[in-house]
Design a protein around this ligand. Structure first.
Ligand SMILES: [Zn+2]
Length: 357
């Protein structure tokens, strides 16, 4: 019976991963969930201090990988997914360790029926079926210890099989019971595996700096087509055919036609932000769902597609509509990308200047 269930589950998880199914509607139909201006973007640039912590994190993942047999990039993906949830809901998920992002509440850690909710004795935690384990070998399952936190989650994931990708996805599903968690962790894992490192926070401006374009802050303006929707993004006006580039390291989550956005692409990054590029005239032929991209990589071209059935174009001047959405675990919230765009544009100007010196 258990065997049959596992196989059925594996099929479900595998099909979700193959189809890139997201379980939510396209961003243009998410207005009910948006809270204009309320959701502030988190700092997305990596500072020097963060790079130090990335080095320490890499060491932790490598160490845990040796112990558990799980590749470091899958451990890193779980940790990063947890970190993005905590950044989105810091009150509900306070930081437990010093550099890992894993959050496990007391009851889960000690076991739901454990009379001592702050239990740190591995044998009794195990008796009450708690998640907490001793990862660093000091004899205690300490909920504030980085290695104990990471090892406890890894240990739970490994209960559902070995360390192969399918087994791992089943473990992730059993742990979260949330198909988006499975998809995110798969996406993050693929990004880390592709680049072989954790420091993937550089950004690029979505059209080449130096070409003719213009944009201004239009957050929350009413818009002309599709009923009462407010504008969730920034319009960058540029000539038809100007390259549209990924702003981040990420993975292509959606590509195709949408009645509002026309030919559009959605890219997920490691902050669990969803970058949305609409009204394109076409897609770069190397881009498909699941493609891993880096900042500055061409994904398509500026156009005026949208506001009708597939192929409709020319109903408005050519421009790139760029939006950013933040995953909060169950719903996504749009926030104003304008300040980010200004910063990325300036950073790119500085890089160009430095290169021409
Ligand atoms: Zn727009």
């Amino acid at each position: 019976m258990k065997q049959t269930f596992s196989i059925a589950l594996a099929a479900v998880v595998a099909s979700m991963l193959i189809s890139g199914h997201t379980g939510y509607a396209n961003p243009n139909q998410k207005n009910a969930n948006s809270n204009a201006g309320n959701a502030k973007p988190i700092q997305t640039q990596s500072s020097e201090g963060e790079i130090d912590s990335l080095t320490s994190r890499q060491q932790l993942y490598d160490r845990l990988s040796t112990v558990t047999g799980i590749p470091w990039y899958r451990i890193a993906a779980v940790d990063q997914y947890e970190r993005t949830l905590s950044k989105a809901r810091p009150k509900a998920r306070p930081q437990l360790g010093s550099i890992v992002g894993i959050y496990i509440d007391e009851e889960q850690w000690a076991g739901p029926l454990n009379p001592d909710s702050s239990d740190n004795v591995p044998a009794s935690i195990q008796w009450f079926n708690g998640i907490g384990r001793d990862g660093d070998g000091d004899g205690f399952a300490d909920r504030n210890n980085d290695l104990d936190l990471l090892y406890s989650v890894a240990n739970r994931l490994l209960q559902y099989g070995g360390s192969t990708e399918d087994d791992f996805s089943i473990g992730v599903w059993e742990y979260y019971h949330n198909s988006r968690a499975v998809q995110r962790i798969q996406q993050f894992s693929n990004i880390y595996a592709t680049f072989g490192r954790l420091d993937l926070y550089e950004h690029a401006f979505p059209v080449p700096v130096g070409t003719n374009y213009s944009y201004r802050s239009t957050w929350g303006n009413a818009r002309g087509w599709g009923g009462r929707r407010t504008h969730e993004g920034t319009d960058i006006f540029a000539n038809h055919g100007i390259p549209v580039r990924s702003t981040c390291y990420g993975v292509v989550e959606i590509k195709g036609w949408n009645p509002y956005g026309g030919w559009r692409i959605g890219i997920r990054d490691l902050n669990n932000y969803y970058h949305y590029y609409a009204h394109l005239s076409g897609f770069d032929k190397t881009i498909g769902i699941g493609t891993i991209v880096k900042p500055g990589q061409t994904i398509g071209w500026v156009g005026s597609s949208g506001y009708g059935k597939p192929g409709t174009q020319g109903k408005f001047p050519p421009h790139l509509h760029y939006g950013v959405y933040r995953d909060r675990g169950l719903i996504e919230w749009a926030f104003d990308p304008y300040p980010l765009l200004r910063r990325w544009e300036q950073d790119e100007r500085n890089r160009l200047k430095a290169a021409n010196r």
